[in-house]
Every structure is written in structure tokens, then in C-alpha cells.
Design a protein around this ligand. Structure first.
Ligand code: ADP
Ligand code: ASP
Ligand code: MG
Length: 321
């Protein structure tokens, strides 16, 4: 049995209903057989956060920000209590902790607050008692002792920050996709799964809209050198590891509203003449009108005047380096 701590995070679709929560419980129990110390971070169930925001907006055009944080943070509290009920019922010692119970101290903002520090005393105490510790994602407490939220998708950031504070071995982010792909696999067919990707590349593709990981979680992973593994809750596929050692060229595409942007991200791509030749070749053969080309450190982006067709996207996808 490994003595190291592992942090597991399950997103909204993974905890959407009781059936899925049972799958999550089974996964957690599997990990508990291998690792002595398990911390689980959960999101709200399914579309709960959207539903709560919508309901508040039915009550007020511009709902009070403090109360909004108090309202939307309840979603995660439901998930953690339910999973703990399940695990305890299955004979495993588990405890749920809200953000403040887990010592997650944030900046003053009610919305999009930043985690400033984590007092790990309580989590460690519960781990020492061999409990599975289940922490609410997306929330903290600010210096007024008010509840704060970390911005949409912020449970990933809770997970990696908790992993960093506990000096965990790794942080595994479970969701409805089995890893990081060269583009959103729900939008681009033939998108390829990456075995690994560097923090830097992952930050770039997340800034461009790949919401598979919250961008701030990757920055924390990089700063504290916590390997982040993205995997599916629903299959046993290998997943993608985000870490510092491996630099890999990746292609990804993002469709914007009335323009399209295709970016190629990777260390040293600007010096890769074969790649540049291939890009020019594709562009020359295409009818799509290029608005501009941006070249930044480790990133080449082509912005088109229009929404490009799938064929062109696939060509960029299959580009060889
Ligand atoms: P969770 O609710 O578990 O936090 P998210 O919905 O935030 O999950 O993130 C998973 C989704 O991210 C996938 O369903 C997928 O559509 C989307 N996604 C966007 N870009 C990528 C990418 N490059 N690789 C994998 N998934 C991506
Ligand atoms: N429940 C929050 C959201 O929907 C946080 C998260 O899921 O990461 O944005
Ligand atoms: Mg997410």
C-alpha cells in the first residue's frame, strides 16, 4: 500500500445522479485499496450551478454577490455529503468538508476568488484517522469569514491546490472525457488523445477555450510540480498526464463566433521548418480567407475571417511535424 496522498477530483457530469455517484464511490474504494490517504474533491451535480444562477436571476437582475456565493456553493455541499453517506454506508470511513472546514482561505472576492492558502490541519487530522476526506470544490472562505467561489470550473483549481498543500503524489481529474485531446473531441472528430502535455502547452490550450481543465489549476500544478492526470470516470482508458518534463507538439482548434482560430502549440514549433511548410501548403490549397497570423513563444495561430469547414480543421489536425 502506497503511503503517499492522492487527490481525486470528479466533475459535474461524473456526480450527476445517484447512479453515477455509486460509480464514483466504487472508483474511490478501488483507490483506497492502493493508497492509504485519499482526498476527493467534488463539483456540484450535473447542471446544478447553472440552475442556481438561473434561479437567482429570476429573483434579481443583479443578485447580491455575497449571497450568490452563498447560494451557488451549496451545489458542491450536496455532492460531498451524498458521497460521504454512500461511502459510510458501504463500510468505509469518510467525511465531507466544506471549503472553510477544509481550511481553504481565499481572497476577498465573492466570485472568482483566488485561493491564498490552505490550512491543512483538519484534512490531515481526518487522513490520520484513515478517513476518506471529501472536500467541496469551487469554494473557500475569505477574510470576512464569508463564503467565496473560485470562478466557473473552479473545482479543478481546488483539487490541484489541495494536492499542492498536502504535497500529494498526484492529482487525478476525472470527467466525461478520457484525457486531453488535440481539440475538443465533442466538436472535432479525429481529435487525437495526448499521452502527455507540458503545463505550458496546457495553459495555452486552456486559455484558448479547452475547458477540460481550469486554467488556474494548471498554473498551480506547474508552480508546485504536481502531475495532473485527466481521465474518464466511465472507462479505464489511460488518460493524459500534464507535467513538466515532456514537451510535445499539439494541434488544436477553436471556433469563435464569426471568426475561426486554429492554433498549433508546442516547444520550438517556430523553428520547425517542415511544420511551417505544411501550414503554408494547407493554406495555399484552401479557399478560407486568413485575417492574420500570430506567432508567439511556442504558439502559431491562424485567424480566419470566417468559420472554417471541418475538412480544413481535419487537415490541420493531421498535420505532421
Ligand atoms: P467536468 O464537468 O468534469 O469538470 P468539463 O465539462 O469542465 O468537465 O470538461 C470536460 C469537457 O471539456 C469535455 O466534455 C470536452 O467537451 C471539453 N473539452 C474542450 N476541449 C477539450 C480538449 N482539448 N480535450 C478534451 N476535452 C475537451
Ligand atoms: N460547480 C462549479 C461550476 O459549475 C464548479 C465546477 O464544476 O468546477 O462551474
Ligand atoms: Mg470542469
Amino acid at each position: 500500500m502506497e503511503d503517499k496522498i492522492v487527490v481525486l477530483k470528479f466533475g459535474g457530469s461524473s456526480v450527476a445522479d445517484n447512479e453515477r455517484l455509486k460509480l464514483v464511490a466504487d472508483k474511490v474504494i478501488e483507490f483506497k485499496k492502493k493508497y492509504k490517504k485519499i482526498v476527493v474533491i467534488l463539483s456540484a451535480q450535473g447542471k446544478t450551478t447553472d440552475k442556481l444562477i438561473h434561479e437567482a436571476k429570476e429573483l434579481a437582475d443583479d443578485p447580491n454577490k455575497r449571497e450568490m456565493a452563498a447560494l451557488v456553493s451549496t451545489g458542491e455541499q450536496v455532492s460531498i455529503a451524498k458521497l460521504s453517506i454512500l461511502l459510510n454506508n458501504l463500510g468505509h470511513k469518510a467525511i465531507s468538508l466544506t471549503g472553510w472546514q477544509a481550511g481553504i482561505k481565499s481572497s476577498i472576492a465573492n466570485k472568482c476568488a483566488i485561493i491564498e492558502n490552505i490550512n491543512i490541519f483538519r484534512i490531515q487530522k481526518e487522513l490520520a484517522e484513515e478517513k476518506i476526506v471529501i472536500v467541496a470544490g469551487f469554494q473557500g472562505v475569505n477574510s470576512n469569514n464569508d463564503i467565496s467561489t473560485l470562478g466557473r470550473g473552479g473545482s479543478d483549481t481546488t483539487a490541484v491546490a489541495v494536492a499542492a498543500a498536502l504535497e500529494a503524489d498526484k492529482c487525478i481529474i476525472f470527467s466525461d472525457v478520457d484525457g486531453v485531446y488535440t481539440a475538443d473531441p465533442n466538436k472535432v472528430k479525429d481529435a487525437k488523445k495526448l499521452k502527455s502535455i507540458s503545463y505550458k502547452e496546457m495553459i495555452d490550450i486552456s486559455n484558448e477555450g479547452a475547458k477540460v481543465l481550469h486554467d488556474r489549476s494548471i498554473k498551480i500544478g506547474e508552480k508546485y510540480n504536481i502531475p495532473i492526470i485527466t481521465k474518464s470516470t466511465f472507462n479505464e482508458q489511460e488518460g493524459t498526464e500534464v507535467n513538466k518534463t515532456i514537451e510535445e507538439n499539439t494541434v488544436k482548434s477553436v471556433i469563435k463566433k464569426d471568426v475561426s482560430k486554429i492554433s498549433i502549440v508546442g516547444e520550438g514549433i517556430i523553428r520547425n521548418t517542415k511544420l511551417i511548410e505544411n501550414v503554408i501548403n494547407i493554406l495555399e490549397k484552401s479557399e478560407a480567407e486568413v485575417l492574420r497570423i500570430e506567432i508567439l513563444d511556442g504558439k502559431l495561430s491562424i485567424i480566419f475571417k470566417e468559420i472554417v469547414d471541418d475538412l480544413l480543421l481535419q487537415k490541420f489536425h493531421n498535420i505532421s511535424f
